[in-house]
Design a protein. Structure first.
Length: 148
């Protein structure tokens, strides 16, 4: 595996904080009048956390993790989303692990000799398809720490 990101955030007791790592892609839609509207959609990993410090100096964490991706589909994009939501009670400095957010991206590409690949009968000798499946698993490590 590889480390994709190592972000750090600081927040206060009972205040939500968020980290987003990804990109924005343009998606075209039509309004009721038929006008094309371009919207930017965020694709990537979003972690939202709300910490609450308890009387015994533990931390109650409300965690919400969302991972989104996209693939080209007939007529546009297909957006997929995986999410996990949980509440944990941990000691300051403990490591929390969130895993199981698996994404499979399928891609099919046609290759061939231009023009010749489109000829009847012999065209199939000059073209081929490539099928690719990319599987990625994301694991998030969180170390909540009470700062004085």
């Amino acid at each position: 595996g590889r480390v994709l990101d190592q972000p750090h955030i600081i927040t206060m007791d009972n205040l939500q904080a968020e980290i987003f790592s990804g990109k924005q892609i343009p998606i075209n839609t039509q309004d009721e009048a038929g006008n094309i509207i371009t919207q930017m959609v965020s694709i990537g990993t979003r972690l939202t956390v709300t910490p609450r410090i308890t009387k015994d100096d533990k931390i109650t964490l409300e965690l919400d993790v969302e991972r989104s991706g996209y693939a080209y589909a007939a007529g546009g994009f297909e957006i997929t989303t995986r999410s996990a939501k949980t509440t944990l009670n941990v000691k300051s400095g403990d490591i929390v692990v969130i895993g199981g957010l698996v994404t499979n991206e399928k891609q099919e590409t046609d290759y061939g000799v231009p023009l010749i690949k489109d000829l009847p009968l012999i065209g199939r000798l000059f073209r081929f398809k490539s099928h690719t499946i990319n599987t990625s698993v994301i694991t998030i490590f969180i170390t909540p720490t009470i700062l004085d």
